[in-house]
Ligand binder design. Structure first.
Ligand code: FAD
Length: 391
């Protein structure tokens, strides 16, 4: 059995947990990550890094590595109407606090790079755990864990729950939650379009019935996402490529796919956990704290933002800090969360509701808003700043 005493114990080594550990890598604080996962992260998830968060990733020492691993650039978002006509392109704004483009790389590679950076900074990564228990012990948290090969105890001053939407940390500590389950699951397909432009864009089609997003993947591939009714699922799961291509061509007449295959289906939720108000130092981050509809591509990016804020506060402490020293910083973290993130989450939820239909009737109101933006540089600039993460 191994025993370890650390300053920060993180349950969950997905993007949120790995980001926090990477952000703490130069602080001298002792960090342990614990995860039940045995393999890579799910490739379908967040893969586009907003321009304003790239300076943050550079500060953590991971931006160069993402680029070396093959991350590519996206220059903006194009919107099309139900006939396939272009409505507007939302560009990446020129701004001193952001990169000139979005950066994209498969989700699991982003996670691996963050985790490697964290471990270089001496974080311990314990994965494939089958069981863990949590108890209070002399002003700290005691996490007893087991895996097939070994068992151990990690004692930490600050406990961070980064264990995703169904967070066991939240559950075990009885932390409250508000949740909206969207009506329609999101289907994800992978394919390759006939023509792949050199300058990649994320393309959203306001098809007659639903909103279809064509999201660039590295190497010229595309991830396609759209809401589906439950009775349509057998079609997408079992029909051959030719039928999938034909259905997509009916929705998006201008787009032709060379190859196309079904990937996965996700039930989107918008949920926010309350701040922890029990005994001890605890914070929830990532989907455990703020899961959101993927309509605006913000979930992973919000993980980076929140991890950076928490690391900025905890990083002011010295290794071996006490719970008493950490508690005011966690209160500050929660206040910052409410002030800065709650409005963004509300806006993302509104976008999720807009996409949550399989009978959009051509999205007349949204098309009109986008046409107005196309005609007004000021509106377009605001949209560009928001997409880049600057507002
Ligand atoms: C289809 C889809 C598309 C998306 N697209 C985008 C996008 O384009 N842009 C964007 O920014 N975001 C996107 N997101 C959201 C983004 O992927 C998530 O917000 C982000 O990955 C959440 O990371 P996380 O680390 O909080 O959670 P997770 O990735 O869920 O990681 C949680 C970790 O905790 C571990 N864990 C869970 N329970 C336990 C337990 N009981 N004990 C121990 N370990 C546990 C898991 O094994 C996992 O490794 C998308 C999501 C989906 C589903």
């Amino acid at each position: 059995m191994t025993t370890q005493q650390v300053d920060v114990g993180i349950i969950g080594s997905g993007i949120a947990g790995a980001s926090l550990a990477a952000a703490l890598a130069n602080t001298g604080l002792r960090v342990a990550l614990l995860d039940r996962r045995q393999g890579p992260l799910d490739t379908a998830r967040g893969d586009h890094i907003q321009p304003n968060l790239q300076p943050v990733l550079a500060r953590w020492g991971v931006l160069d590595r993402l680029q070396a691993a093959g991350a590519e650039q996206r220059v903006g978002t194009r919107w099309f109407d139900a006939t396939g006509a272009h409505i507007v392109t939302v560009p990446v704004p020129e701004h001193e606090h952001c990169a000139p483009s979005f950066l994209f790389l498969n989700h699991e590679h982003i996670g691996d790079i963050l985790l490697a950076r964290a471990c270089e900074g001496d974080a311990t990564n314990i994965d494939a755990i089958s069981e863990w228990s949590l108890e209070r012990s002399e002003g700290a948290w005691r996490i007893a864990w087991e895996s097939e090969a070994q068992s151990g105890v990690v004692t930490c001053t600050v406990l961070v729950g980064a264990d995703g939407t169904a967070s066991a940390v939240r559950h075990r500590l009885n932390i409250g939650l508000s949740r909206h389950r969207y009506q329609y699951p999101i289907a994800v397909l992978y394919g390759r379009q006939q023509a792949v432009p050199t300058l990649r864009t994320l393309d959203v089609y306001l098809a007659q019935q639903r909103m279809v997003s064509m999201i660039p993947r590295t190497g010229g591939d595309t991830k396609v996402g759209f809401p589906v009714a439950v009775d349509e699922l057998p079609f997408w799961r079992t029909e051959p490529t030719a039928a999938l291509k034909q259905r997509l061509a009916e929705w998006c007449p201008q787009v032709e796919f060379e190859s196309l295959e079904f990937g996965a289906v996700y039930p989107p939720v918008s949920q926010q956990s309350e701040a922890y108000d029990g005994e001890g130092a605890v914070a929830l981050i990532g989907d455990a704290r703020h899961a959101m509809h993927p309509a605006r591509s913000m979930g992973m990016n919000t993980c980076f933002r929140v991890a950076d804020q928490l690391a900025g506060l905890l990083g002011t402490l010295k290794p071996g800090f006490s719970e008493r020293e950490a508690l005011p910083l966690l209160s500050q973290f929660e206040a910052q969360f409410s002030e800065e993130l709650s409005p963004r989450l509300a806006e993302n939820h509104a976008a999720g509701l807009q996409m949550d239909t399989v009978d959009g009737d051509g999205f007349a109101a949204l098309t009109a808003q986008l046409s107005a933006a196309a005609a007004d540089p000021d509106i377009l600039q605001v949209m560009a700043l928001k997409a880049a993460g600057l507002r």
